[in-house]
Ligand binder design. Structure first.
Ligand SMILES: *Cc1c(COP(=O)(O)O)cnc(C)c1O
Length: 365
C-alpha cells in the first residue's frame, strides 16, 4: 500500500522574510517597540506559526482578541507577553490571572474583579483603555481621572500602561491629528507614570508621529499590506493565495458560465477552471467584470460567479496555458487590496477569511 499524498491544489504561501522586513519597517518608522497584533489567527497567517517566528524578534507584546487566542499562543511555549485588546468577560478573568496575560481595562468593575481574583499573587500589570473616539470600549476621558484614582488603590493590580484606538487613521487626517493631541493631553492630565503609552495601529504608524507614545500596535502592516495606498511600496505582502488550473476547455458562443448563467459567451472562448473558490475564502462578491487572477505573469479575467470550489477565467490570450498551471489569486503581483476593493470590502477581511482548508506553506524561514 502506498501512502503518497498529493500536493495541495490551493495554498497560501507565507513569506517569513517579508514578515520580518515589515516588522523592521514598523520599528524604523515608529522608532518604538512593537506590540505585534496576532488576532484572528494572525490575520489568517496562523497564530501559532507566527508567534513561534516572532518569539525570536524581541516583541514587547502579542495583541490578541480573546483568551482562546491567548491560549493558542501559550500552548506553543512562547514567553512573549500577551495583551488582550478588548474588554474581558467575568468568566475569562481567572484564566487571564493564572497565565498573567495583560488585560486592557475598560471599567472600574473589570479592575476590581481582577484585583479580587489576583489576591495572594504579585500585582498583575494592566493597561487602561481610553475611548478617544472609537466608541468600542475604554473609559471616557471625562471620568478617567476619578476612576484611575480608585484603580490605583487596588493592591493586586498595577497600572502599567495606557492606550487608545484610532477609528479613522486611514481616511480622516484632521480627526486623527486631533485624537493624537487629545490622547496626549489625557495622558499628561492623569499625572501617572505609565511604562507603556500606545495609540497607533498600522495607519497611525505610517501616517502620523507622536512624541508621547512609546509603543505601537501594528497589525495589517506586519502582513505587508498598507491601509493607505501611498505607503504600500514600503511593505512586502506576506501571503500569496495560489491555486492551479484543473482543466481548460474551448467553449462555443452562447454557452453559459457558472451559477445563474450571468455570462453567456459572445464568441468562442478558452475557459480555464481554477481549483479554488469562496470555500477557500476567495470572496464570492467580487465584481466579475473587474476581478482577475494571474497565470503565467498575465492577468486573466474571472468569468461568471465564483463558486465554492472553482472559478472560471478567460485564458483566450494564453494559448500555452495548461492544466496544473499555477494561479495567483492575490499576493506579490496582485494586491489583496485590489481583491478587497473588487469585493467591496477591506483587505483585513479577505486575509482573515482564508479558510482552514487552504494549506499554509511557510517560505524563507
Ligand atoms: C486590530 C487592532 C490593531 C491593529 O490594527 P491594524 O489596522 O491591522 O494595524 C491595533 N490596535 C487595536 C486595539 C486593534 O484592535
Amino acid at each position: 500500500m502506498s501512502h503518497t499524498q498529493s500536493p495541495a491544489r490551493t495554498w497560501a504561501e507565507i513569506d517569513i522574510s517579508a514578515l520580518k522586513n515589515n516588522l523592521q519597517t514598523a520599528r524604523q518608522i515608529s522608532g518604538q517597540p512593537v506590540m505585534a497584533v496576532l488576532k484572528a489567527s494572525a490575520y489568517g497567517h496562523d497564530i501559532k506559526k507566527i508567534a513561534r517566528i516572532l518569539d525570536q524578534e524581541n516583541i514587547a507584546f502579542y495583541g490578541v482578541a480573546s483568551v482562546i487566542e491567548a491560549r493558542r499562543i501559550s500552548t506553543t511555549g512562547s514567553n512573549t507577553r500577551i495583551y488582550l485588546l478588548g474588554p474581558t468577560l467575568p468568566d475569562e478573568r481567572q484564566e487571564i490571572i493564572s497565565n498573567r496575560w495583560t488585560p486592557s481595562i475598560s471599567s472600574l468593575h473589570e479592575a476590581t474583579h481582577l484585583d479580587q481574583l489576583n489576591k495572594g499573587n504579585p500585582p498583575l500589570p494592566v493597561h487602561i483603555t481610553v475611548d478617544t473616539g472609537m466608541g468600542r470600549g475604554g473609559f471616557l476621558p471625562s471620568n478617567l481621572n476619578t476612576q484611575l484614582e480608585k484603580i490605583r488603590k487596588l493592591k493586586n493590580i498595577t497600572i502599567e500602561g495606557i492606550g487608545s484606538h484610532l477609528p479613522s487613521a486611514d481616511d480622516d487626517k484632521t480627526f486623527t491629528q486631533s485624537q493624537f493631541k487629545t490622547f496626549s493631553e489625557i495622558v499628561k492630565n492623569t499625572h501617572h507614570t505609565f511604562k507603556y503609552i500606545h495609540l497607533a495601529n498600522s495607519a497611525g504608524i505610517l501616517d502620523y508621529s507622536s512624541s508621547i507614545t512609546n509603543l505601537c500596535r501594528p497589525g495589517l502592516m506586519l502582513y505587508g499590506i498598507s491601509p493607505i495606498e501611498s505607503y504600500q511600496k514600503k511593505l512586502q505582502p506576506v501571503m500569496s493565495l495560489k491555486s492551479k488550473i484543473t482543466i481548460i476547455r474551448q467553449l462555443p458562443p452562447g454557452h453559459g458560465i457558472s451559477y445563474g448563467r450571468t455570462v453567456l459567451l459572445d464568441k468562442p472562448t478558452r475557459i480555464a477552471t481554477i481549483g479554488a473558490g469562496y470555500g477557500d475564502g476567495y470572496p464570492r462578491s467580487v465584481a466579475p467584470d473587474k476581478a482577475s487572477v494571474i497565470i503565467r505573469n498575465t492577468r486573466c479575467p474571472i468569468i461568471g460567479r465564483v463558486t465554492m470550489d472553482q472559478i472560471m477565467v478567460d485564458v483566450s490570450n494564453l494559448p500555452d496555458a495548461a492544466t496544473g498551471d499555477e494561479v495567483e489569486l492575490f499576493g506579490k503581483n496582485l494586491p489583496v487590496t485590489e481583491v478587497a476593493n473588487n469585493a467591496n470590502t477591506i483587505s483585513w477581511e479577505i486575509l482573515t477569511r482564508i479558510t482552514p482548508r487552504v494549506t499554509r506553506i511557510y517560505l524563507n524561514k
